[in-house]
Write a protein that binds this ligand. Structure first.
Ligand code: MG
Length: 499
């Protein structure tokens, strides 16, 4: 697999970097779960020092070897993968001047702190100078990194290798009108409600905890390699192939939020656990991209978790543990899980409206990077687009332009990866059904291991070996195609097929 002498040397040196990441991941997990609040004083220093040490060792020990082997040697697929992944990292370190990288790191901390306060008060003016600086620095970053057609391309590529503005534009072109049509039909036929009484009902946290654990067991979550804990914002962290941890949240009411967060993170975790062991502790460990990773979490959360057939296997678990869910029949639970309601908050959006939120952010950040939009115009443009896309206007800026953390941590070009995840999840459903059988039947028969095995074979095992576009083409026989998702919405929400 890894035979080239220089590649072997690279992998040896890389193991030290991997160990630093291992420690950082564990520290990051701890910060969000069990660290006492004052611990942050030491943790922030330790994390920053480890990040600096990573950079130093990368440039000193790994970079020269990567440059030596690049283009000069005949490499097999795995070796080429290592060089590709490390080469991207090196390119970014070298092309972006240290001064800019330092300022970005500093701004990330400052701007996100200011953003938190501004969001709480709904005060855009307080955040505006920081956001202006974020977009200035990101424009500069794009120029340093270089691009073919649009500066936004350079930023997209940071989060999703090879993704271009043209791809994103293609992705949304058919999708936006099709979502509009589905939304109209949903409100006409009235099957999927706009609200449900269970959204307001309080649950007993300990009861829901038992549900979450039993659902993970149903999905064959390997407890010997994973944990479930609690954090304010659910996340997954891959510490190694044999230690992948997820979190969920308990807000006290509307139990589906906790349940579907758990199932979502399960999708991320099982991906990280299933990467081929021969890639462990190498640069090829982990997921192909943010979009491909999100396809796994969304597949389990929405395509499996919110399906009618899943209710049939979930209901006995709810009956056993969760008193507030008792007395609701399968169809009523299904309607609760699939409430469709244009809402102002992205993270609360349903399957139908979610991608409209991404489209809005895409248009705005692309315009900002392209220089067609000024930061000062954002609040107004945001509200106008919200009205145009979903027919609602946020009641205040906290629920409008200030709602997401992303821009404050200088993540520009990140949002489209969420839509990639949604689109791919439907495409994977189609591929699974062609190869393994109807998903509804697999779910009813509790054949979850077969679903996971399909994903392992098609996606998980490769880790970062191929760039995302190549992986999809290779594994599914065609490029990403938004049609599958549009058809999925049509089937579920317009035809109301209870699958
Ligand atoms: Mg996710």
């Amino acid at each position: 697999m890894f035979e080239n002498e220089i590649i072997r040397e690279i992998l040896n040196k890389y193991r030290v970097l991997w160990s630093l990441s291992h420690a950082s991941s564990l520290m990051g997990w701890d910060s969000e779960t069990y660290m006492p609040s004052e611990g942050v004083k030491g943790r922030s220093v330790a994390s920053a020092e480890l990040a600096l040490l990573y950079r130093k060792l990368f440039l000193q020990d790994v970079a020269p070897l990567v440059e030596k082997v690049m283009g000069a040697e005949r490499l097999n697929e795995y070796e080429a993968g290592v060089v590709r992944v490390l080469g991207r990292e090196l390119e970014r370190m070298k092309k972006i001047p240290e001064k800019i990288q330092y300022e970005l790191a500093k701004l990330r901390v400052e701007a996100s702190t200011v953003w938190r306060g501004a969001k709480a008060e709904g005060n855009f003016k307080a955040f505006e100078p920081y956001l202006t600086r974020v977009f200035e620095l990101r424009k500069e970053t794009a120029e340093y990194l270089g691009y073919k057609e649009h500066p936004y391309d350079a930023l997209l590529d940071i989060y999703e290798e090879g993704l271009t503005d043209r791809d994103v534009d293609n992705m949304f072109r058919g999708l936006v009108p099709s979502i509009k049509r589905v939304l109209e039909r949903v409100s006409q036929n009235g099957y999927y409600p706009r609200t449900h009484e269970l959204e307001g009902v309080e649950y007993v946290k300990e009861e829901l905890e038992r549900v979450n654990r039993e659902v993970l067991e149903l999905l064959s979550f390997p407890w010997s390699k994973g944990r479930l804990d609690v954090s304010a914002h659910p996340f997954t962290v891959g510490i190694s192939l044999w230690d992948v941890r997820i979190t969920t949240r308990y807000e006290g009411r509307d139990f589906r939020r906790s349940l579907f967060s758990t199932i979502h993170e399960f999708g991320h975790a099982i991906y990280d656990m299933n990467v081929d062991e021969t890639l462990a502790m190498t640069p090829l460990e982990g997921g192909a991209s943010l979009g491909v990773h999100e396809s796994q979490s969304r597949f389990w959360e929405n395509i499996v978790g919110r399906s009618f057939s899943f209710i049939t296997v979930l209901k006995p678990i709810l009956e056993k543990h969760l008193s507030v869910a008792r007395g609701y029949d399968a169809e009523e639970l299904y309607r609760y899980f699939n409430v469709v309601r244009p809402s102002t908050i992205r993270v609360d959006a349903d399957e139908v409206t979610y991608n409209m939120h991404i489209y809005l952010r895409y248009k705005l950040e692309r315009g900002l990077i392209g220089g067609e939009i000024k930061v000062s115009e954002l609040p107004e443009l945001w509200n106008e687009m919200m009205e145009e896309l979903l027919g609602i206007v946020p009641p205040n800026l906290s629920e409008g332009v200030l709602q997401d953390i992303h821009w404050s941590i200088t993540a520009v070009g990140y949002f489209p990866t969420y839509t990639i995840g949604n689109l791919l999840s439907a495409q994977l459903k189609n591929a699974l059904e062609r190869e393994v059988g109807p998903l509804a039947e697999l779910i009813r028969a509790r054949r979850f291991a077969e679903i996971t095995e399909f994903m392992r074979r098609k996606i998980h095992k490769y880790g970062k070996l191929y760039p995302p576009k190549e992986l999809i083409l290779k594994s599914l026989g065609e490029p990403m195609n938004p049609e599958y998702f549009a058809r999925y919405l049509e089937e579920k929400y317009v035809k109301v097929s209870l699958l």
